[in-house]
Design a binder for this molecule. Structure first.
Ligand SMILES: N[C@@H](CCC(=O)N[C@@H](CS)C(=O)NCC(=O)O)C(=O)O
Length: 202
């Protein structure tokens, strides 16, 4: 049965779209309108009324990172899910870390810049978010010293999940000058054909 990914490409559903392209898994994309997320039909699929949701037969899953770790494990291709338990743990580590250390400040700035009326903008919250970002990006910069990807020379779901979060640094034009390894790694990940294919999805 074909898996279904719910959520517009211009949402966190882009993360799941990226990995299905990476893995070459056949999928159906149910783009959804944001206004329909609180409707009774969709709430039966995801009681949060948020996207993305993955439906794989009878199995339903929410949370973008969990969806991608599941898909990587189920349809692994080219080592996207690494073999050892320790390396798989690193994939979880970087996914949780991205969500807890990086996503919120990036989203605060992104929403303020592109989705907030000028009179409703919150410069203090943006300044705080800008202040929060150098610390995790410095940690990432150190982790990437001497290696192309988080686990070494091969691209894995750790890179995909974390880069999908960090991709929000692009529209806000975050300056990676002080963090060259982080900037180069992000560019390397976002240059992948599967990411571009996901971005091209309506
Ligand atoms: N932690 C969740 C966040 C899901 C989320 O907030 N998605 C947004 C779109 S990017 C959404 O559905 N927003 C609609 C709403 O909050 O009503 C994940 O990573 O999947």
């Amino acid at each position: 049965m074909t898996i279904k990914i719910y959520g517009p490409a211009a949402s966190r559903a882009a993360r799941a779209l990226w990995i299905v392209h990476e893995l070459g898994v056949p999928f159906e994309h149910v783009a959804m309108e944001m206004k329909d997320l609180k409707g009774p039909d969709y709430l039966k699929i995801n009681a949060n009324g948020k996207v993305p949701t993955l439906v794989d037969g009878e199995f339903k899953l929410f949370e973008s990172m969990a969806i991608n770790l599941y898909l990587a494990a189920k349809y692994n291709k080219n080592g996207v899910l690494p073999a050892s338990l320790e390396d798989q743990a690193f994939c979880h580590q970087w996914s949780f870390w991205g969500m807890t250390e990086v996503e919120k400040p990036l989203l605060t700035i992104l929403i303020d810049m592109f989705m907030t009326a000028p009179d409703k903008r919150k410069p203090d919250a943006v300044a705080e978010a800008q202040k929060a970002l150098p610390k995790p990006f410095a940690v990432l910069n150190g982790a990437l010293q001497g290696r192309d990807y988080l686990l070494g020379s091969a691209f894995t779901v750790a890179d995909l999940n974390l880069a999908s979060i960090c991709s929000w640094a692009k529209p806000i034009k975050f300056d990676f000058g002080p963090f060259p390894n982080t900037g180069a790694w992000l560019d390397r990940c976002l240059a992948r054909p599967a990411y571009k294919a996901a971005r091209a999805t309506k």
